[in-house]
Each structure stands twice: as structure tokens, then as C-alpha cells.
Design a protein around this ligand. Sequence first.
Ligand code: ASP
Length: 300
Amino acid sequence: MVYGLSTIDFFPSDSLKYLTMKLIIHGGFFSESQTNQEIKKAKQEALAEIAKLGYKHLQSHTAAETAVYAVSLLEDSELFNAGTGSQIQSDGKIRLSASLMDGKSLRFSGVINVEDIKNPICVAEKLLNFDDRVLSGKGAKDFATEHGFGYYNPETPQRRKEYDKKLSDSIRLGTVGCVALDVLGNLAAATSTGGKGFEIPGRVSDSATTAGNYANTFAGISCTGVGEDIVSGAVASTIVTRVTDGMPLALATEKTFNELKPIDGFAGIVGISATGEIYHADTHPYMVWALCDGEVEVFS
Ligand code: ASP
């Protein structure tokens, strides 16, 4: 259950429901997508299926519950760099980071560099009701264990093969995220990552910060890309602030992306505003994402 509303058990008329609800998800950037059409197609199919399931969930759940649900499905897919199939860090270990921002209660919660769990986004969701809402490393793992999240090794043979080949100079991004707008007009954003791959142990990703994942009553944004660039540009929170101050989502995003140019920032976002505007932007053309507002559409 998420702080505030739990399950929505009432709806206005069907027509209003379909006018309001929107869901947008992403599977980050993929180096393979540029060359391997088979992997690209598999990722697009997975996104289409998860967008469909997420939208169905949104019909009877809050935006926050739905964002968590969609991201947990993305974490469970080996194709993406989050949860199962996450990138391995330079010391051979996988550390996961994820966060949830509930635009209704204005609460942010997250885990940073947690090991040996299956769905970090579900631990972030659990933390939303606590006073201490962002935990890292061992503290996050202990909290997860205490709350019934069992041991799980998220490593896959494919990621081990990549690690063993020491492909540390290639781009291996592929964070996942979701922004949802529910029938009551509430927004939420959830983002989950295995990090950049080959990073120094202890490096903190943007995904469990308000630069990488943010929502309020005006807009919600989930980011992917190079965490250091996203944090330097305070991307998600800046876009949301601009929308709050009256700018349309597309303009707010483009202005924020222009500000990444001097640092040659590498970033991508998906977002929704409370007015129903839905938007995607990326600095490099091989991000995969999908949206559903009744019909599923997949893009890359
Ligand atoms: N933003 C993530 C990080 O820097 C990586 C990604 O988006 O794929 O850890």
C-alpha cells in the first residue's frame, strides 16, 4: 500500500476515466539497440506488454501503486538494467537503487546501492510510510530483510559475460522508470537502476535522487542516462518546477535539456503533466519507451 490513498475503489464515469489516466514507461538507453535488432525488438515487446499491464492496473490503483507495479515488472525482465539483469559494478557485485515520488503526498522514498534483493522499487514503496525514507547499503538491506524481502541474486549469465569481457568503455545504460497519472488526477514517478556498470563501489546513481525521479501535483518525471549529468542538471526536479510555475511540459523539458548542452549531458526523460501532457526527450536517439492512454504505443 502507498501512503495516502490505497486502492481506488470508486470511479467517475468511464468516459472521464479514459480521458484522465495516462502511463509512460522507459527502459533506458541501450548500446545493443543500435546494432542488435533482435534485442531491440525484444525490449520493445516487453515495454508494450508492461505498458498494457500497467495501464490495466491504473484502472483500479493509484498513480503511485501503478508506478511501483510497472517498475517492478521492468525490474523482473532480464532485458533491462534494473532488478534482475542489472549491471555488475567494478568489484563484481550488483548494487541496486530505486525511488518512488508520490506527487499526491509529496513524499519521496528510495534505496541506494542495496544488494541481494529482487525488487528495490518495492522496498522504496515500503519506506514511503516511514520517517526515514531513503536508505543506503547495509541499512537498506537490513530494512528489506526485516520487512520480508528475501535474499535474491539479480545476476544473469549475460551480465556476467559482459563483465568478464570487461567492456568498461562501452555505454551500458538501461535504467527503467514509470510516470502515471491516475483517474483522480494524481501523479507519481518511480525509477530503478543497476547503475552504469563498472562503477566504483559506493558511487550513487541519480535514480534514487530528486534529479532522477520527481513528481508533484503538476508533473512527474523519470530520467535515464549518465547519473552525474542528470544530477548536475537537476533534471527531473527542474522540469517539474518549471511546469509548476506555468510552463508546458514540452517547453520545460526542452529548456532543461538545453541547459545540459554546456556539459554535453547524456540524459533522457519520460513525463506527464497534470493537464495530461505526455512527453519524452533524449539527448541520444536510442532510448526505448512506451506510453498508454488507452492504446499502447512503443518508441525508440
Ligand atoms: N542513470 C543511471 C545511473 O547513472 C544509469 C541509467 O540510466 O541507465 O546510474
